[in-house]
Design a protein around this ligand. Structure first.
Ligand SMILES: Cc1ncc(COP(=O)(O)O)c(C=O)c1O
Length: 369
């Protein structure tokens, strides 16, 4: 009987750093620094340095960071924001939260990211921002997107929620647009022990206002300059993330090893494997393969104890919550086809060679059937 291969094993990540994490949590409990506090402040400095950015503001989620980013840019009801239909729904939530309209354009089938040529065609006088997503950790074609943004004098917000440490032409993503958002949801490459996120920017005025917006619109206690939010990062999350950030480079190397090994092991299968564009160094958040018989393959992996997941089974333009936008099946063929074909295989730094070989053996069994 072969051992099951989990889709994700957070316990394996925690085990070697457990004492460090326990000590950081104990320190926060002793300090009573539960909302923001010294560990969050230190983490903000460290994560800004990791990204090569001037400012990082710890938030309670990536969704909140995206929301604040659009508020900082003054996106308002009636405005349009160009974005991808092929992402986790929270990218579009931020647009809806400020009362604006998500305007979707299709993806490039090779990278699953916004197709810059289509972005240019979707710009109208109402367009206020472009919101690309570095999906699965693979950077968007940023030079092409930034050229369009500059030409039309539009700000670009990076949804870097899946792309900690990914590089575009050697530059860390999250520093290429006006503002970026990161998620530290537990399953992310850098994951908190609960919900957390961050807004990253090089603009001091954006940073100052984001700091106020996340804390009830105030810079001085009980004095509120504008309507704000409770989007603060918890002290415990800052403490845990501070410990984990020290190990991130090593975990990223582990993910690259896993991706390289999959590429060897699965090369002679009919699967379409993820490729890095020549400008990209992926964060390998997910290892997402494609095949027309995805649902059968998924069932076979489930039956044989190989963890897997579908990211994402339904593009946003076909979701019930966005029926009011008036899109219909067929509007974005590349995104729709991807949603029928994609399957994410186990991807985490601690996967052993034996586990990777097991995944490949089960995939090969499926195609031999
Ligand atoms: C692409 C993308 N955008 C936004 C988010 C939202 O982040 P959070 O779950 O921290 O709110 C996530 C993660 O869940 C995501 O994957």
């Amino acid at each position: 009987m072969n051992a099951a291969v989990p889709y994700l094993d957070l316990a394996a990540q925690l085990r070697p750093i457990r004492a460090e994490v326990d000590a950081a949590i104990a320190r926060t409990l002793d300090n009573n620094s539960f909302c923001l506090g010294p560990d969050v402040a230190q983490f903000e400095k460290d994560f800004a340095r990791f990204c090569g950015a001037q400012h990082c503001l710890g938030m309670n989620s990536g969704t909140s960071a995206l929301h604040v980013a659009l508020l900082l840019l003054g996106v308002r009801p009636g405005d349009e924001v160009i974005t991808t239909p092929y992402t986790f729904v929270a990218t579009s939530w931020a647009i809806s939260y400020v009362g604006a309209k998500p305007v979707y354009v299709d993806i490039d089938a090779a990278t699953f990211n916004l197709d810059p040529a289509l972005v240019a065609r979707a710009i109208t006088p109402r367009t206020k921002a472009i919101l690309p997503v570095h999906l699965y950790g693979h950077p968007c074609d940023m030079d092409a997107l930034l050229a369009i943004a500059r030409k039309h004098n539009l700000p670009l917000v990076e949804d870097a929620c899946q792309a900690h440490g990914a590089k575009y032409k050697g530059r860390t993503v999250g520093t290429l647009g006006a503002i970026s958002a990161f998620s530290f949801y537990p399953a992310k490459n850098l994951g908190a022990a609960g919900e957390a996120g961050a807004l990253v920017t090089n603009d001091p005025a954006f940073a100052a206002r984001a700091k106020s917006l996340r804390e009830h619109g105030s810079t001085k206690r009980y004095h509120h300059d504008e309507v704000g939010f409770n989007y603060r990062m918890e002290g415990l999350q800052g403490a845990v993330l501070g410990v984990k950030l020290k190990h991130l480079a090593q975990w990223q190397a582990g993910r690259r090893r896993v991706a390289a090994r999959y590429a060897e092991l699965l090369a002679d299968t009919p699967l379409r494997l993820p490729q890095q564009a020549d400008y990209a160094e992926s964060a390998w958040h997910l290892y997402t393969v494609r095949h027309a018989r995805r649902d059968e393959l998924k069932k076979f992996l489930d039956e044989n104890g190989v963890g897997n997941a579908v990211h994402y089974p339904m593009p946003l333009h076909l979701q019930k919550c966005y029926a009011n936008l008036g899109y219909k099946p067929g509007d974005f063929p590349a995104a729709e086809r991807a949603s029928r074909e994609v399957l994410s295989l186990p991807m985490f730094a601690e996967l052993t060679d034996a586990q990777l070989e097991r995944v490949a053996a089960v995939v090969k069994d499926f195609f031999r059937k």
